[in-house]
Design a binder for this molecule. Structure first.
Ligand code: GLU
Ligand code: MG
Length: 487
């Protein structure tokens, strides 16, 4: 994967002149740098403004997700959208080293108050927000003022990973399940109080909140999303929604949009939400399971092969690469130290580094679907990830690890059937039990270092180290209280 041409770092002066499209240091597959298609972007934005004005939109929220997993935003009035699409919106580079509690740290290549980046709304993903009348939303890509891709841009990283798969003739479909806990609005220091006392997966829970859930379904549909399922989950006040699979970058965008919609609909009902890994210490938490299938020439590589459960050699190599890299991938798939309170055995969180067909305790669950729909439905689910992940980093990292496994022709270890907690002790490895162990694996990962590129790799490391230090002496209750309403 080519990242070598991206050069911006701390202290790099802004380019005096716009680089020509050809020499903007564009890694293969990354969207054209802003100058190349500025006129066209302007045209598309002008057309969008017409549509949005008809929908009575006054302002557009442009988001990116930082390395701590927090969705951050800059907004422009509708009258400023064309300019934003052509020239971007100013954002500080130090956002790359923000922690979830808004502390700002630094990394060897990122930090300090100087410099500016341009955040470009992706006009193709612009959508009016059904539960926030007058507002529209678009995810953004970050470039330097000189027009080169910002090496710390997580969304461009995910795009590069998709391009690396495409170079091999491979396509991907992905989806991120969203679990959340809904509580009555109150001061942040208050323990959660729930709007329903219904049982896990209980019909009563759905009945108590049927108006809320209906409004949520409507809002998601109005925003162009196809909901597959919505249901009460296990923990108190917990629900889950899943949407149709799509391309990896689009799926990451969608996970931001779905969470934003859940939050907005909840606010309209006097409710607040938590996507944090654990909302009450000791209870089952919120996952952010990642579903992925790999395709070549319209064929699902999880089917019709001679590997386990019909995996093709390429499908198996990809999954073996992911499975082997799960300890370091956790650094991207679960940002907060609180994630390790969730990632424990017997919580369906996938705390073991193993794989198994329909095994909910395996970090990598193979899903084949029903007889008859397997060729389209078969996929792999990474269960150990949670919603503190930056979804672009999580998807990009998984793709990089998977492609490395595919290139090396790796095979899967034996399948684990049943609960790994009941297996002979030591036979099924646990995933890291805390951030230190995951970070040690991340530091050893040449694959992630190369795929992310040095500035992004280092910024993630700086943020994780700082957050793990921040909570080093915290009890589970303190950690949960500090993170509960941040995600
Ligand atoms: N809430 C569980 C988790 O923390 C997952 C439950 C399920 O299997 O959907 O990941
Ligand atoms: Mg679930």
């Amino acid at each position: 994967m080519s990242t070598g041409t991206v050069t911006a770092g701390r202290g790099e002066p802004a380019a005096e002149q716009e680089p020509a499209a050809e020499d903007a240091g564009r890694p293969a597959g990354v969207a054209l740098p802003p100058r190349a298609d500025r006129a066209e972007r302007g045209e598309r934005a002008r057309a969008a403004v017409e549509r949005l004005r008809a929908a009575e939109v006054d302002a557009v929220a442009v988001t990116w997700v930082d390395n701590a997993g927090i969705a951050r935003v800059k907004a422009v009035p509708l009258t400023g959208l064309v300019h934003a699409a052509q020239w971007g919106v100013g954002t500080a580079p130090c956002f790359d080293v923000f922690l979830a509690d808004d502390t700002i740290v630094s990394s060897p290549l990122t930090g300090g108050p100087t410099g500016d980046l341009r955040l470009y709304p992706d006009v193709d993903r612009l959508v009016p927000l059904a539960a926030q009348p007058g507002w529209a939303w678009a995810p953004g890509d970050r470039y330097t003022q000189g027009g080169a891709p910002h090496p710390g841009c997580q969304r461009l990283f995910a795009r590069r990973a998709v391009a690396a798969a495409a170079e091999r003739g491979l396509g991907l479909k992905a989806g991120i399940e969203i679990e959340w806990v809904v509580a009555l609005a109150g001061p942040p220091e208050e323990e959660p109080r729930y709007p329903t006392a219904g049982a896990a997966y209980g019909l009563q829970r759905l009945t108590d909140l049927s108006g809320y859930l209906r409004e949520l379904l409507r809002a998601l549909a109005e925003q162009g999303l196809t909901v597959l399922q919505i249901h009460p989950e296990y923990a108190a006040g917990q629900f889950e929604v899943s949407v149709a699979p799509e391309g990896p970058v689009e799926a990451a965008d969608t996970s931001v949009l779905v969470r934003q919609t859940v939050r907005a609909v909840s606010a309209r009902h006097g409710l607040r939400v938590s996507f944090a890994p654990v909302v009450e210490a000791g209870s089952v938490g919120n996952g952010g399971h990642l579903h992925l299938s790999l395709w070549r020439d319209g064929r699902n590589l999880a089917r019709g092969g001679s590997g386990p459960h019909g995996l093709t050699a390429e499908g198996e190599g990809f999954l073996a690469g992911v499975l082997g890299a799960l300890p370091e991938l956790l650094v991207l798939g679960s940002s907060s130290p609180a994630g390790y309170l969730r990632l424990v055995p017997s919580h369906w969180a996938g705390a073991y580094r193993c794989w198994g067909l329909e095994n909910r305790e395996a970090a990598l669950r193979l899903v084949t679907g029903s007889t008859g729909e397997r060729s389209t439905a078969a996929n792999a689910e990474i269960k150990c990830f949670d919603a503190t992940a930056n979804p672009y980093l999580a998807l990009g990292g998984v793709l990089a690890a998977g492609l490395a496994g595919l290139d090396r022709g790796l095979t899967l270890p034996p399948e684990v059937t049943g609960d790994p907690a009941q297996a002979e002790p030591g036979t099924v490895p646990r995933l890291p039990a805390g951030p230190a162990e995951a970070l040690a694996a991340y530091r050893r990962s040449a694959v992630l270092r190369e795929a992310l590129g040095e500035p992004l790799y280092e910024a993630v490391l700086a943020v994780r180290l700082a957050e793990s230090e921040q909570y080093a002496g915290a009890t589970p209750e303190q950690l949960v209280a500090a993170t509960r309403w941040r995600y």
